[in-house]
Design a protein around this ligand. Sequence first.
Ligand SMILES: [Zn+2]
Ligand SMILES: [Zn+2]
Length: 347
Amino acid sequence: MSTETYAKPLTVRAAQVTEPGGGFSVVERELPEPQPGHVRLTVEACGVCRSDAGFVNAGFPNVTFPLVTGHEIAGRVEALGDGVDNWNVGDRVAVGWFGGNCGTCPACRRGDFIHCVRMQVPGWAYPGGYAEAVVVPVSALARIPDELGAAEAAPMGCAGVTTFNALRHSAAGPGDLVAVLGLGGLGHLGVQFASKLGFETVAVARGASKAEAAKNFGAHHYIDSNAGDVAGQLQALGGAKVVLATAASSEAMSAVIDGLGDNGELIVLGATPEPIQVSPFQLISSSRTIHGHPSGTARDVEETLHFAALTGVRAMIETRPLDDVAAAYDRMMSGEARYRMVLTTGK
Ligand SMILES: [Zn+2]
Ligand SMILES: [Zn+2]
């Protein structure tokens, strides 16, 4: 019997894009080895986020090709790099938008890791989760509780943490009126989190047909934005303490500002280059604020997963095998997904 190892490199399958705006092709890539302070994960599931289009189309700076995108990763630790002592092979983990931080920039020195100037996003700073394996720094890891499967956990790394973290750090307290603008990948989680956090929850979306789904997600009220005056309807409910704007529509965001009550906050999550329209008159006497919110750190992802396990909040997902990446991506882009596309590797 020989103990000789074969020189043939081990490979893993990955869905890559070779040029900006190009299509996906599933290829064999060399199995990546973890550097010091990193681990290799076996990817079980990876969510498909609208931000991935920003990388595929090179809309963000410094995107390199061939590109393997994907920043809603769930899987298990498979190999440890040198110096990794707080994680074990087999640990179930998620990695979201926050894929590591530098530790030395002014934001990191303040402990404000989400604003790290060199923050790493999987699928941008390094190959992401549209693959059977990824190598990530340990600072990116969030533990997955037993109650959540990999495909359920994956969307919590971006869509989940972004909505949960924005709401829990907002000005709203139990019983306050909180509106969630948009009922897509982020919005359907935002409504669930708002309801479970104890807010009087309003879902705002286009068309009467989404009312029933919104109620099922825990909304106490539904406003059809196609039917007219959203701000007036929010004022009729007492005025919103918070509007969580998940829809990437500056026009829709502008239209809700007058629905904010005193000290009300418009929290901007939906990414679009169009300006939000607001006059100083709308802000001054009611002390309203408008601010953005990026995401959350790995610890925030872990707390999001813990809260979901405790309360039953779940992403509603459509899963597709990695080989069907192009169809899954197109369905996400079309807005038809109900409500989050997740790729699975069968691993
Ligand atoms: Zn995302
Ligand atoms: Zn930093």
